[in-house]
Design a protein around this ligand. Structure first.
Ligand code: FAD
Ligand code: SF4
Length: 522
């Protein structure tokens, strides 16, 4: 229940959003528990505007309740609205109602990770004529101003250059002015697969089964949000800063040394492999990226993990993670509008139930519905690739990713989906579309060995839908890519294709689209 123990006028109301749960939240500095309050709200709308996986919702609520409890233990006063207390209200309505009642002198919030949320807070404060102070978010290593400066005047905003500058600026994996090991990039060492024998015995990640607070959240979700997708039977994410640190220690100790080699590999019924499982803790601010980076670098300096693994891992956090955040804010709301390839298909129903005989999609989507998790290559080269080849509307595939992954927050999800995986941003992020035939999936996994389709075939009964749709994609977008220096080589093959065969591929691709659009299965 809201804490109403303080009858005196509130000076500062600190809005703490569900992904801003650092114990050293900068907004706490200078707060006086007798005059200032924290404000936190669980609103159903946040789980409904893009239907949110049960585990994702549970993660946010549980981490919020743990944070609120810890801050109360620290002596702060927390005005907390639980799920179901105000079933009809969105975030702005809930805040507006409390502003009316509390009448603080001003409201403070850390830069929200979604434009929509900032607009809602601004509207609620403007309605009550209460000033809103938006603080910079020190939970990232590159301030937004610094990113805009870096981006200013550049024709292309490529991650690699951004990442190198951050390595130098922050002194990460550097030996003086030179990159550790004499090279910036170890990608060539980091594309391994497991071969026919598979991954063998894998180190199971440290698990955090639901405690009493998480179980309480799960009960509330079952009561107030019974229609959410997914399930939470296997929920075991860290929900406190202490658990996040344990998760990091466990990763560094047991999985980091092999992370690099196998970061792109996939295997049936093996969701975690050597991945860190740290995106949720990072995105909810339970652990700081610098802590994670320093721990990885130290593991290399101590001789515990090889440089390619450590560089590959740090690149994901100091490179990709900071870069996509910069891009999200740099281009603002435009991300929602982009559809460079004019994709117009609906999202196939299989994304919501995993019912398909395509094994790669059955595995990646099935695992996602079970856990709210899939690793990077499953997101990029299975679910993302299929949507792109099919031509799914960016807004539809964005809504799916935003709701279905436990670690999804718009600043990180939107550029990854609309930019990296769908090329809807017209190449602002990636120099060319990430497209491949089913052979890529065959090389990086054992999915095709259990599939009725054959990744070598584009036509016929055993034709792999990825392969058919790949050639159709090249054909459909010839005008855009065939004469571009970065893509001409890839497109050359379709230019040379026998016209009859190409027509048969177009027809087959059209049938696949029709089948999926009317809700039938492949
Ligand atoms: P690991 O594979 O162990 O990587 C370590 C860390 O690197 C991650 O925890 C993450 O913080 C960071 N990282 C890796 N790749 C990226 C990236 N491309 N962008 C930003 N950070 C990265 N990540 C999210 O946190 N939220 C999302 O909503 C999200 N949506 C994605 C959608 C698509 C289409 C793609 C291709 C990627 C997406 N990612 C997203 C990035 C990546 O898939 C996840 O961060 C990663 O799978 C999380 O699992 P992990 O912690 O085990 O990561
Ligand atoms: Fe996926 Fe094609 Fe391989 Fe089947 S054959 S698992 S559809 S890539």
């Amino acid at each position: 229940m809201p804490d109403s123990a303080l009858p005196v006028a509130v000076r500062t109301l600190l809005v703490v959003l569900g992904d801003q749960l650092a114990p050293d939240h900068p907004g706490l500095q200078g707060l006086d528990p007798t005059r200032d309050r924290l404000w936190m709200a669980e609103v159903a709308e946040e789980s409904r505007h893009a239907p949110s996986h049960i585990a994702r919702t549970a993660l946010f609520l549980s981490a919020m309740r743990h944070f609120a409890k810890e801050r109360r233990d620290d002596g702060f006063s927390v005005h907390y609205c639980h799920l179901g207390e105000r079933p009809e209200q969105a975030l702005n309505d809930a805040l507006r109602a409390d502003l009316e009642h509390l009448q603080p002198q001003h409201v403070r919030v850390l830069q929200p990770g979604e434009h929509r949320v900032l607009r809602q807070l601004q509207a609620a404060c403007a309605d009550q004529a209460i000033p809103l102070e938006v603080l910079d978010d020190p939970h990232f290593l590159v301030p937004l101003d610094a990113f805009h400066q870096w981006a200013k005047g550049r024709k292309q905003l490529r991650m690699e250059y951004f990442y190198r500058e951050q390595r130098k600026a922050l002194g990460v994996l550097m030996n003086g002015d030179e990159p550790a090991g004499g090279q910036w990039n170890f990608d060539a060492d980091n594309r391994g697969h497991f071969g026919r024998d598979g991954p063998g015995l894998l180190p199971p990640p440290l698990s955090f089964p639901p405690d009493a607070l998480t179980r309480e959240c799960l009960g509330d979700i079952a009561r107030h949000l019974p229609d959410l997708p997914g399930q939470a039977d296997d929920f075991d994410w860290p929900v406190t800063a202490q658990q996040a640190q344990q998760a990091l220690d466990d990763f560094i100790q047991h999985r980091l040394p092999a992370f690099g080699t196998y970061q792109d590999a996939m295997w049936t019924d093996q969701p975690w492999l050597y991945h860190a499982r740290l995106s949720t803790a990072l995105n909810l601010h339970l652990i700081h990226p610098r802590t994670v980076i320093d721990a990885a670098e130290q593991a290399w300096r101590d001789g515990h993990a090889p440089l390619p693994a450590v560089e590959g891992f740090i690149r994901q956090i100091l490179g990709w993670r900071e870069y996509v955040r910069g891009l999200y804010f740099h281009f603002g709301e435009a991300w929602h509008e982009w559809n460079a390839l004019e994709a117009d298909q609906p999202l196939p129903a299989l994304y919501w139930d995993a019912k398909t005989s395509m094994q790669c999609l059955h595995q990646a989507v099935g695992q996602t519905l079970q856990l709210g998790y899939a690793h990077h290559i499953q997101r990029l080269m299975v679910t993302g690739l299929f949507a792109q080849l099919l031509g799914v509307r960016p807004a539809a595939i964005h809504a799916w990713y935003l709701g279905i992954y436990v670690d999804a927050v718009e600043w990180v999800e939107l550029p990854n989906v609309v930019g990296m995986s769908q090329y809807a941003d017209d190449g602002r992020m990636a120099s060319k579309p990430y497209v491949a035939t089913g052979r890529y999936i065959q090389r990086m996994s054992n999915y095709c060995a259990h599939c009725p389709f054959d990744p070598d075939e584009a036509l016929g009964d055993k034709a792999c839908p990825f392969t058919t749709l790949y050639w159709d994609f090249l054909d459909r977008h010839r005008d855009r890519f065939a004469r571009h220096p970065r893509t001409a080589l890839q497109w050359k093959h379709v230019e040379k294709m026998d016209p009859e065969r190409l027509q048969a591929i177009r027809d087959r691709a059209g049938e696949l689209r029709k089948t999926l659009a009317q809700g039938d299965r492949i």
